[in-house]
Write a protein that binds this ligand. Structure first.
Ligand code: SF4
Length: 127
């Protein structure tokens, strides 16, 4: 490597390093991980129209409609809870209003948290 290409490489490296914090801040503003809720986010209100459209409840025993209580992927209804759902991010689980809760990828929960014991009709077994 000659002197000129050495300085070009160093310059490119420094330029990229200088941009990293700017890119990271932009990612943070966009949410980075899609619709994931930040720690301390409010809980989804089960009375919200969008939440009602998917039968969201904070505790899965609150579901009374037997037609919704079917086994899925070999999991009995009583064991279907947000914390075991493919759309629930356990890694970001926190406590909200005294309840364990975390982000859910479904649009109705964008920017909010669903309870770990909750359920909705989009429940899918975590892989
Ligand atoms: S999609 Fe899964 S994590 Fe989200 S509310 Fe429904 S059951 Fe809970």
């Amino acid at each position: 490597m000659n002197r000129r290409s050495f300085f070009q490489s160093v310059g490119a490296f420094i330029g990229a390093a200088a941009l990293l914090p700017i890119v990271a801040r932009a990612e943070g503003r966009r949410g980075g991980g899609g619709s994931a809720a930040a720690a301390g986010a409010a809980l989804v209100d089960p009375k919200d129209r969008q939440a009602q459209s998917v039968n969201y409840v904070e505790i899965n025993t609150q579901i009374k409609d037997k037609s919704l209580m079917s086994a899925r992927s070999g999991v009995e209804f009583k064991n279907q809870k947000c914390k075991g759902c493919a759309f629930y991010d356990v890694s970001k689980e926190t406590t909200v209003g005294g309840k364990k809760a975390g982000p859910c990828q479904m649009p109705f929960a964008a920017g909010k948290a669903v309870t770990a014991e909750g359920w909705c009709s989009s429940w899918a077994k975590k892989a």
